[in-house]
Design a binder for this molecule. Structure first.
Ligand code: SF4
Length: 97
């Protein structure tokens, strides 16, 4: 599971337990995952899977705030690092707004 924009969200639900993570001491804050970290994450995650299927789960906050270009990069990097015959899947938790 990856949170490519930390706890950042476009909503402010009263029951949210993600938003407060922005202020955790020593935590990642609200910063976006940078391109070089994204590439290392994808490469290492795929490397660590020995089976034929690799599942990435994107969460937040609201991961779609990263926009389509970010997810185009994700798919391109997954294609770059996939082992022969591996199937890569992506799932996304979104608030749908
Ligand atoms: S949509 Fe989810 S992440 Fe966003 S504020 Fe509400 S509970 Fe938190």
């Amino acid at each position: 599971m990856a949170k490519p924009n930390g706890s950042r969200c476009n909503l402010d639900c009263a029951y949210c337990f993600y938003l407060s993570k922005e202020t955790l001491p020593g935590g990642p804050g609200a910063a976006d995952m940078e391109r070089d970290l994204l590439e290392r994450f994808i490469a290492q995650y795929i490397e660590g899977v020995t089976g034929p299927e690799v599942v990435f789960s994107w969460q937040g906050g609201e991961p779609t705030l990263r926009g389509l270009d970010f997810f185009h990069d994700v798919v391109a990097l997954q294609r770059k690092y996939a082992k022969p015959g591996q199937r890569i899947e992506n799932d996304l938790q979104t608030n749908t707004t």
